[in-house]
Every structure is written in C-alpha cells, then in structure tokens.
Design a protein around this ligand. Structure first.
Ligand SMILES: [Zn+2]
Length: 263
C-alpha cells in the first residue's frame, strides 16, 4: 500500500486542518490542544511516565483523554510469592486513580499477560477498534524504534500504536468491526529515539507526579522510592528529566516526543 502524502486535497483527512504546516524547525513546541487524545501504554504507569504532563495539560484545557493499557501488569513485583490476580486488580485500580489525577476520562484495559505482549493481527485489530471508537485527533505511544530497548512489551506496544493507526484509517482493515475508519492527525512517540517535538509541562509536573505516585505497587521496583525517606528522590528525578527535555527548546519543564504528522 502507498503511504498517503497527506496533502490538503486528500479526501479522507477530516482533521487535517488541526495541524499547521510543519515549520521545518528541528524542534517543534506544543501542538494545539486536541479535542480527543488516546494514549497507548504497555503497562499500568507507562502512560504516566511517558506523557502524563501533556495529558494533564490537555485535559485541563477540555481535551477528552482516553488511556489504553495493553497488559495486565502481572509481573510488576519483586515479590516471588505475590498473588498475581491480586496484583492485576491493584494495578488497574492504581491506573484508574492515576488517570483521575490527570483528568483523563476513560481507561481501557486489554489485559494481555505482562511480558508476553505480541504485535500480531489479533492485537492490532483490538487497538484498531479502540482507535475507531475513540476517534482521537492525537495518539501517543512508545517509540518502537528506540534503539537498544530491552523490554519486548514496550517495543510491541509501540508497533501496535503505529500499526493500529494504519489499520484504523483504512476501511479495508477489519471491516467486520462495523466501525467507520478513523485517521488521527498526529502521533507522538515518547522515549523517542529522535526527539523532534516537546510539550511544555511547567504547570503540570505536579499533576504528573501525583499520577505516578498513585502506582504504589511500583514504588520500590520501577520507581526506586525508599518508603522510609522523607523527601522522595523520585520527584527530583522526574523534575530533572523534564528539565532536560525542555532545555533545548528554552522551556523549564517539558516532555519530549518524536512527532509523526503524515498518518
Ligand atoms: Zn512498562
């Protein structure tokens, strides 16, 4: 199939006017606030790390935010005796609390087994269905082309975001879904191998931290939070990361992405 060039004359680009033409600058700053956004993460907490500040900013400005979490998070513990079913339920609860902190409207869980996510046709169809149902202007996800990435779920989740968009925009993919095709205007990939877009989050880094800290089951493992410490070094690390992302654009705090407009 030929990739669309995305010109204004393309008849099936209902949201093309959402984006101004690319400026040619190497680092673009701040999309217009989308009407609807869909963030796709491999595990509970990935969305909050990757784009929590951006989602909070957009939600505060009236954007309808949906989160799609692909796996059940059932390997997210260092306790070899942990009851996995209890952990899955806890992590869903934590993700809902984090989404509420960001101002997100809905969380969808596909429930694939943590660590065993694949990016096959069945998984692509499921992501395509969510895109067609939510009809987002902007999709956000993991960068599947991030070099030397180890975790397979993050790679597969990135490919599912990309390939789910390709399927969702084309009426000949999964016509049995009975849903009209939908072409988002923009894809933002976090953990980007080549950053070319940043979103300012100065006023929303505290909200992002609140969302991240809702994932209490991950404090000791992923987040390296020492429960006995009074001041969380974790908060400092998140702020430092946001400062590093913003510096090249002259922003104090930001989240960094690879931006793809030609969808
Ligand atoms: Zn993850």
């Amino acid at each position: 199939m030929t990739e669309p060039e995305g010109g204004a004359g393309s008849p099936d680009r209902p949201v093309a006017s959402y984006l101004a033409p690319a400026s040619g600058a190497t680092l673009q700053v701040d999309l217009p606030v989308p009407g609807r956004a869909l963030a796709i993460g491999a595990h509970p907490d990935d969305i909050d790390f990757g784009c929590g500040g951006t989602l909070a900013k957009w939600a505060a400005a009236g954007c309808v935010v949906t989160e799609l979490v692909l796996t059940d998070g059932s390997k997210g513990t260092w306790d070899p005796n942990a009851d996995r079913a209890t952990l899955v339920a806890l992590r869903q609860e934590e993700q809902r609390a984090a989404a509420a902190a960001l101002g997100a409207d809905d969380v969808v869980f596909l429930g694939h087994v943590d660590g065993e996510l694949a990016s096959g046709l069945a998984e692509r169809a499921a992501v395509c269905r969510v895109i067609r149902e939510v009809r987002p202007d902007v999709v956000l996800g993991h960068d599947p082309w991030k070099r030397y990435r180890l975790h397979p779920d993050h790679r597969h989740a990135g490919f599912l975001a990309v390939e789910g968009i390709v399927a969702a925009r084309d009426p000949h993919f999964f016509p049995d879904q009975g849903l009209p095709p939908h072409r988002p205007a923009c894809l933002l990939l976090w953990e980007a191998d080549e950053v070319d877009h940043v979103e300012a989050i100065e006023e929303f880094v505290d909200t992002k931290l609140r969302a991240l800290l809702a994932h209490q089951s991950q404090w000791e493992s992923t987040m390296g939070i020492d429960r006995s410490a009074e001041a969380f070094g974790f908060e400092t690390r998140i702020r430092e990361r946001a400062a590093e992302a913003g510096a090249p654009a002259g922003l104090s705090l930001a989240e960094a992405f690879k931006r793809i407009d030609r969808l």
